[in-house]
Design a protein around this ligand. Structure first.
Ligand SMILES: Cc1cc2nc3c(=O)[nH]c(=O)nc-3n(C[C@H](O)[C@H](O)[C@H](O)COP(=O)(O)O)c2cc1C
Length: 648
């Protein structure tokens, strides 16, 4: 094994269930439950791939016990149809073949966290405002509904056991419906399920646990997932959690899967790149460990190193990996085989897994296009004929195209005009909180090297370059350049493009800085400079900062901007840069902003000219990534993957 990860591979127990190592795939409600709640072949293979990759246990994530109460669940089957049970059984057989255990997370829904749909009212413990639409309120579940849900949990637990599932987890975490009963913040009921006493607050959970226990018997592992703090005013505190954990421990819960936060502290639910790796091991796992002797499971953007630390320092028994196992299903096996350098990192972007690229796609992963398509793309087959493949540009799209083409057995050369692979990621990964992007670049460098891809540095290819003449396929991945708007003074000596601000001569950046453009790259640059002690002002044209970011990233960025004391001017437009700073137009008229340096972060434009010339000349050429259309890492990787895949 080597590399010091041995402790992660100890057989570890939940009650009498022995799990072959300490890696648990996090519950992630993608795939199975999205459409029907029934397991299709693609779902079996998605999980089988993570089992084959050496994971000790897979948590199937968010299986709803009923579709009758929470509107979020209504379009889905509740647990209990024979079709579902048969699907689980098929999945268990396949996964057990790898010696991997299966856990199913049982849930009754999202409550106030669900999207609000026209004509239906969300439910909760009591009347609460809905997270996504504060103008809508929830209705309290009736006692009859509560008691039906309790029975549904029991029915679902029995179905799991019959299907061969090894353990269940009750989904009490992070402010979802069940958790809304467990806190006086969202539980204002005055009946026996109200939060006025501990016993009443825990009655719903207690009855659910008891129904499950009665259904599965004394020796079957039941875990409970909960946030040890909600992280918002009025939310659950550690003191309250300690009491809950002690109580559930006495009740008979076999393991605790602990995390932190709630939707109102969104960045904790799906930790962003602005959160540290292994972000919940101290705040949640170590805390829970100090309360109970039962096994502790914890998620939160683990790297192999933070996972090792959490276990070696006795903070957690099981390391729960979610997005990391989307990015690389073989996370565990590679560590076991002493191949740390081959682990493809999750970049914590949340774009393709969580928001499915804004709803335009089915769930996937920015760095692993094969997610949920393992039946087709899980293995990269060798081509029958070895072809000459030329890749123009060594950014992330070009590197992925090179990797996949080489895995197909082709003769691959990457021409990169600079002296480094990585393209725009080299600049984007400079801020300390963007370290995962450097990990991704390092991953590709290692893979290209291992696969024998030739990389020619300092070589700028044009349509006339003779290197292209006998290529079977030319993949043009020339990327993009920063957009400099026609603003007076934009070419001044104290004005930089954001890419140069990251990678260029840092000494050119003075102590007072204006960042023109409050999108992702402008905000990242502003945070980075403020962390270095500079006084930073962001000027953004739109009426809010980070206008296009995803909810989770927006949450983190706004928090970091506030923490770093960055000045923000929204609804403001730079009219002129000059040696004293900039003149900015606002609703109240023009203002002078004093600064030593101005940084332009107004987006990028495709490097399209060379690309077009190559396309016009060679029928075997194609473009991928930003030179085709400006996108993010996910788009470039997907296009690179499929370009490489298609070379037969
Ligand atoms: C796409 C996606 C779906 C998720 N669905 C669930 C779920 O169904 N149940 C749950 O308890 N947590 C869910 N989570 C949270 C994960 O279990 C995990 O706590 C979180 O992703 C942090 O772990 P990671 O950094 O290793 O991804 C989901 C996360 C993602 C990214």
């Amino acid at each position: 094994m080597g590399q010091g990860f041995e402790k992660l591979f100890e057989r570890t127990y939940i009650g009498k269930l022995g799990v072959k190592n300490r890696f648990v795939m996090a519950p992630m409600g993608i795939g199975i439950d999205v459409m029907s709640g029934c397991i299709e072949e693609k779902d079996v293979e998605y999980y089988a791939e993570r089992a084959r990759g050496g994971t000790g246990m897979l948590n199937l994530g968010f299986q709803i016990v009923t579709n009758k109460t929470d509107p979020f669940t209504m379009s889905r089957f509740g647990i209990g149809t024979p079709l579902q049970e048969m699907g689980w059984a098929r999945l268990c057989d396949r996964v057990h073949g790898y010696g991997t255990a299966v856990m199913v997370q049982l849930s009754c829904g999202l409550g106030r966290n669900a999207m609000v749909m026209p004509g239906v009212q969300n439910v909760s413990a009591s009347e609460n405002t809905c997270f996504y639409d504060p103008t809508s309120t929830t209705r309290p579940l009736s006692i009859e509904e509560i008691q039906t849900i309790v029975q549904d949990f029991g029915r679902a637990a029995a179905a799991c056991k019959r299907a061969g599932v090894d353990a269940i987890e009750i989904h009490g975490h992070i402010g979802y419906l069940l958790d809304q009963f467990m806190t006086s913040l969202w539980n204002k009921r005055e009946d026996i399920y109200g939060a006025q006493t501990f016993e009443n607050k825990m009655r719903f959970v207690t009855e659910i646990y008891q129904a499950c226990r009665a259904a599965v018997g004394p020796d079957y592992p039941i875990a409970f997932r909960m946030a040890v703090e909600h992280g918002i005013p009025g939310g659950r505190t550690k003191e309250e959690s300690a009491e809950i954990i002690r109580y559930l421990d006495r009740l008979g819960v076999d393991a605790f899967d602990v995390d932190w936060g709630c939707y109102d502290a969104y960045e904790w639910v799906f930790p962003t790149c602005y959160m540290p790796d292994g972000c919940m091991m101290d705040m949640s796992a170590a805390f829970a460990k100090s309360i109970t002797g039962k096994p502790i499971m914890v998620a939160g953007a683990f790297t192999p190193e933070t996972a090792k630390k959490a276990v070696e320092e006795g903070k957690a028994d099981f390391i729960v990996i979610g997005r990391g196992l989307l990015a690389d299903p073989e996370f565990a096996r590679k560590l076991q085989e002493g191949r740390r350098e081959d682990v493809r990192p999750c970049i914590k972007c949340n774009r393709f897994c969580l928001s499915a690229a804004g709803g335009a796609r089915d769930s996937s992963c920015s760095v692993n296009p094969a997610v949920l398509k393992e039946t087709i793309y899980g293995r990269i087959p060798k081509a029958e004929t070895k072809r000459k493949v030329i890749i123009v540009g060594g950014g992330v799209g070009g590197m992925e195209a090179a990797r996949v083409s080489a895995l197909k057995g082709h003769d691959v050369t990457v021409y990169e005009k600079t002296d480094k692979l990585g393209g725009q990621l080299l600049a984007a990964s400079v801020p300390s909180f963007k370290g995962r992007l450097s990990m991704l670049v390092d991953y590709y460098k290692v893979q290209l090297d291992k696969l024998g891809v030739k990389v020619e540095y300092g070589r700028e290819i044009t349509a006339d370059s003779e290197e292209l003449a006998d290529a079977y396929r030319i993949i043009v991945a020339t990327g993009a350049h920063g957009f400099v708007p026609p603003i007076k003074g934009a070419d001044g000596p104290n004005v930089l493009e954001v890419i140069d601000a990251h990678t260029g001569d840092q000494a050119r950046i003075g102590s007072r800085v204006i960042v023109a453009g409050g999108g992702p790259s402008g905000c990242d640059c502003a945070i980075e400079l403020a962390m270095e002690g500079k006084e930073v002002t962001i000027v953004e044209m739109m009426d809010q900062l980070y206008p296009t970011g995803t909810l989770d990233n927006r949450f983190s960025v706004l928090r970091r901007v506030a923490e770093e004391g960055i000045h923000v001017m929204t609804g403001a437009k730079v009219k002129e840069f000059n040696d004293k700073g900039a003149i900015v137009e606002t609703a109240e008229g023009q203002k002078k902003l004093e600064a030593d340096t101005a940084i332009i972060a107004m987006g990028t434009r495709p490097n399209g000219e060379t690309a077009k010339a190559i396309l016009d000349k060679y029928v075997c050429a194609q473009t991928i990534g930003d030179c085709r259309a400006i996108g993010q890492v996910g788009e470039a990787v997907q296009q690179g993957f499929f370009a490489g895949w298609s070379i037969e």
